[in-house]
Design a protein. Structure first.
Length: 419
């Protein structure tokens, strides 16, 4: 029987959904769709019934396109509901002397750290091994095969606020579906936008959405830091609405059609744009629109730089990859490059499994392409949950594979330890 995986990305401005057939050889038969978000604002569910209806509408649309009957879904967890923290644990390896560290020791210490980091108010979504200490030597990335008396683990835990996870689950159930799993949007997106080369050195992935910006810092392919900033493209819209004195919906239109961030003096001082309001046309100076957009864009980018510099200096960064539809604003990427002082690449889907399925998809260009990155990334994460790699452990999520794999790994480990 075919197994299909369905994912949804709940953004504050739009909901995207994708479904693909999953098999041992990977994903195939991809279908996707997008609709404006309802009932979710700034990453919070503000109207559960409207939110459920929009989930139902999006999935009905996807059914129409794919013919696949969907029962359960994997989703992102919107950034404001995410708590990122470290949890540490230590276990003895031998009563006296030293013993070689085995995969089951690593699983045991990580389990211990997970238990210590858990609480009733939070649901652990990802547990990412950060570093290990082997006999008080810190910063060990892979302790397997080393001899030690004790083993200490530092886990990076990405947790969801329990009340949000429960509300989301309920809304999904009310729409007629089941929640199967979750992932942080940035972790999902990074699954499809990095190529092996970018996994070397220090790489920053920055998703600038409507109200939130997620920043993930990777070193040699390992996730080191996650930062969530309460800023995004809607800040530009709201500032335009305030300064030009127009409703937010109009300001959004003006932003997309007339705004850019950059040298505003290139626009003639008297050039006007006509805005229709209450059936009356109101003239607005285009230079004013651009000045507002430029100032707000600079503020967002400065905020990104400040946040990044809390953990690394710009000089240390090898690659910056930007995603999120906010970067479609003319001049946004250039402003970010100028403020960071490093080249910024627009995210592209480089994962061969997903990129291969997108060949010939003409409708997926421009902002539409950007809109689907998280949703396609979620497909990769969900696939790795359902088809875990041979070591039985998903490297990003820390989710372990099925018991058969674990049992055979255990037999191999006992053999290696004693022979
Ligand atoms: N063509 C465009 N030019 C400029 N800005 C745009 C364009 N298209 C969309 N945007 C802006 O991008 C933002 C939405 O980005 P995105 O779709 O990545 O966010 P989201 O995933 O819905 O929200 P979040 O991730 O914050 O929950 C909005 O502020 C919107 O105004
Ligand atoms: Mg988003």
């Amino acid at each position: 029987m075919s197994n299909y995986i369905c994912t949804m990305d709940f953004g504050s401005s739009k909901i995207t959904a994708a479904v693909a057939k999953a098999g041992r050889k990977g994903l195939s038969d991809l279908h996707f769709t997008m609709m404006p978000s309802r009932g979710i604002e700034k990453g919070m569910i503000v109207d559960s019934a409207a939110f459920s209806n929009s989930i139902r509408a999006v999935l009905r649309n996807l059914l129409g396109k794919s013919g696949v009957k969907i029962r359960n879904i994997y989703t992102n967890i919107p950034a404001p509901n995410v708590i990122v923290k470290h949890s540490r644990a230590i276990i003895p390896l031998a009563e006296r002397g030293n013993k070689v560290v085995t995969p089951s020791d690593v699983m045991r210490v990580n389990h211990q750290a997970k238990v210590l980091g858990a609480n009733l108010e939070e649901e652990i979504i990802h547990r990412i091994p950060y570093s290990y200490s082997v006999d008080s030597k810190e910063g060990v990335l892979n302790p397997l095969g080393l001899y030690s008396h004790k083993l200490e683990s530092d886990l990076l835990l990405v947790c969801g606020r329990m009340s949000f996870v429960q509300s989301l689950s309920r809304a999904v159930n009310q729409a007629g579906y089941e929640m199967k799993g979750m992932a942080l949007s940035g972790i999902a997106a990074a699954e499809v936008v990095f190529d092996p080369l970018m996994r070397e050195g220090t790489c920053v992935f920055c998703d600038v959405g409507s109200d939130n910006t997620e920043m993930l810092i990777f070193r040699n392919g390992s996730l080191r830091h996650i930062e969530i900033l309460p800023t995004g493209g809607d800040d530009v819209t709201m500032e335009l609405a305030k300064s030009v004195d127009i409703p937010a919906v109009l300001a959004e239109d003006i932003k997309i059609t007339h705004a850019f961030a950059g040298d505003c003096s290139r626009i003639e001082e008297d050039k006007e744009v006509l805005i229709k309001r209450n059936n009356i046309y109101k003239p607005v100076k285009q230079r004013q629109i651009c000045e507002v957009a430029t100032a707000k864009t600079r503020e967002i980018c400065t905020n990104i730089r400040r946040t990044m510099e809390r953990t690394i200096t710009c000089g240390e960064v090898d690659t910056v990859i930007a995603a999120g539809r906010t970067i479609a604003l003319d001049g946004f990427l250039e402003t970010l490059e100028t403020i960071l002082g490093i080249p910024v690449r627009q995210a592209r889907i480089l994962n061969p499994g997903i990129a291969g399925m997108l060949k010939g998809e003409d409708i997926l260009s421009g902002q539409k392409y950007m809109a689907y990155i998280t949703c396609f990334g979620l497909l990769r994460v969900a696939y790795s949950y359902e088809y875990p790699s041979d070591n039985g452990q998903n490297p990003v999520s820390g989710v372990s594979g099925n018991w058969m794999r674990r049992a055979s790994a255990k037999i191999k480990e006992i053999y290696e330890e004693y022979f």
